[in-house]
Unconditional design. Sequence first.
Length: 504
Amino acid sequence: MAGTTSDAGKSVVTAGICRWLVRQGVKVAPFKAQNMSLNSFVTREGAEIGRAQAMQAAAARVEPTALMNPVLLKPGSDRSSQVVLLGKPVGELSARGYHAGRQEQLLGTVTDCLQELRRTHDAVICEGAGSPAEINLRRTDIVNMGIARAARIPVVVVGDIDRGGVFASFFGTTALLSEEDQALVTGYLVNKFRGDVTLLEPGLEMLRGLTGRRTLGVLPFAHGLGIDEEDGLRVSLRGAVRESVVAPPHGADVLRVAVCAVPLMSNFTDVDALAAEPGVVVRFVDRAEELADADLVVLPGTRGTVRALAWLRERGLADAVARWAAEGRPVLGICGGFQMLGERIEDEVESKAGVVDGLGLLPVRVRFAAEKTLARPVGTALGEPVEGYEIHHGVAEVSGGDEAFISDDQGRSLDGCRAGSVWGTHWHGSLESDGFRRAFLRRVAADAGRAFVPAPDTRFGVLREEQLDRLGDLIEEHADTGALLRLIEEGVPEGLPFVPPGAP
């Protein structure tokens, strides 16, 4: 599944195909050779992969592994990224350094991973990145036509019609590929269509006449899917986490959550479970005045803790959060957000800034270690079982506080702490544990003076399964599943015409 652009819908279409196939009894796995994302996940074997691939694995009802995303790039600035290979960080590279040779060297690794998935599954649905027509990067490409050519994979190009220009995008994407690459492009899939599909059909026929390739489906625009995004940098700062309509509160009041949209924000999906609660309104903010009517302020994870801390101070958000906490109103810091709430950060790894003062709201000192912590821990918080995952270089030394954030079954501290109404933890995903989330929201509501009551029957895992089923339904009802099965079973059809001019 390639795309005319980034964010055309490749990830959700791949997930939908995985869910449709597994419902047909097919053992299927997702695969993305190279992913650039700040939204990552930790597999059971302790490997870091993109959250989109973890979501696709859930759609396929298989356990996610590092094979599904062998190369993960985590931006640390506009010009450099941490390279995660087979789930482990191997260094920091500039974009020029990566594309100048390192990327091309990894083609053998990614083809080996794909081959292993193909050996152990009936089908593998591969996702591209950005556009396959990025002709400036084609020579070193390992995620679009590079892997498609190496493994002779049939390619379907996804286009987002909601953006406009989808016919030009399909045609132009095809015409910019070399003859050898074009021979693998088997058809198109329109995503996010609104309206009467019969009005689109003449254009699809003309596109077929121009390219010799059919459109294999027109997927309607679907609201409120809430599927994990690849990149927190694209989150709108205005409005809700997702397009879903906030359900009415179970109690008398709603609960308003303000998430500070810090630079290089990572794993913003941590607040999805809050947004899934009836009566909880979640929004991203970047100005101090936007905290005024919030009941809970969240400092999320970030790939640049020191940079994010400076950003909070520059915008007056640091002072606003400090005033907020002094008034006894709830604050939650997750991973990088937890580190920022502490007294001091010693960083010679990520920012190399040395010793930097934190916000001083938690009795915590953080030292950045060269080795990254990658784990899938379990524990207890507020009397409820909690699962999570850890992705961080920072090592926290907690020297006080009212209680640990998460403890083991003997009551010994495992992670984080609480001081007054300020909470902090390194654990991502803890709010997906239903019992703990309800207990935490009850505490937040009490501290905020809100008559908010968590709904007793909200189960985040069930909601996510329902969303994945909706994606499967979209494929089953609106895609040419017969044509997709033929591509899976028979591979690339012969005789696909060349569309000039082709790439140099």
